[in-house]
Design a protein around this ligand. Sequence first.
Ligand code: CA
Length: 319
Amino acid sequence: MTAPCRMILDVDTGIDDALAIVYALRRPGIALEAVTTIFGNVDVATATRNTLQILELAGRGEVPVAPGAAHALVRPFARGAAHIHGVNGLGEVELPAPRARPRDEHAADLIIRMARAHPGAITLCPVGPLTNAALALARAPEIAGLLREIVLMGGTLFHPGIPGIASPMADANFWNDAEAARIVLRSGAKLTLVGMDVTMKALLTPAMTRTIAAHGPAAATLMRIADFYVHAYQAQYPGIAGCGLHDPLAVAVAEDPSLVTAEAMQVDVELAGELTRGQLVADRRRTGKVQPNAAVCLDLDVPRFTERFVAAMRVSPAR
Ligand code: CA
């Protein structure tokens, strides 16, 4: 057996973030060493509270949680995802107040500290805007070479981007902090991009939520939260079978890249375009000057991921 993937998961919890946290906790191939939080789907204080609540729902309240950035590097925070994640970020399901407290350490400092303490061992998995990762890489550029890998949820090359923004081909995370995405993409770290080209193939359907909810009270609570997300997707994308499992898929790929087909590409993110701000741009020209800096996921083994996801969501009741 290979050693588990030692992970820092960076979240803007968020419904699919909540599912990603549970996935990371439940997979034998992942050691979830810390969770860092960020603005995005909700403000950072709400993301932090939601993260603590989900860890406690899963019976793992001891996992350290460090709050991070409250807004993008150069733009203010604008709340815009209540129709997808609920006003509280968890589909309006009210969980018990968390017993654990967040750490008195900024997310970026935690990332730097752990990367330095465990060279080559830590996988950073950002599934929100990339601000915490960018702050860490800006303060301590050497961690690009100390992290084992950065596996992030972001970008799209072929699948349409999220509705409601000026750029038709941007995902929420790159859109919410394009400057941070640029810092990460240009950092020199080993990068895997799990974007909408694959995450919109990983759907959570009502049949799956019913199967999972039957497992017990904690799983049923988690699926009540997920149902809000499924309904939001069905309203936004008429005819779709379920909601996109964006963040859980990024965590899954960090553990097991054999779930996806990826291509090494030279990629960057557009900052200035009137129609393209936040868009992932790939230079696939075959010239000597083009140097791949990321593995970009293009296809997914849907049945294998689906089976693994359903099994991982059968979370035991919290005590
Ligand atoms: Ca997220």
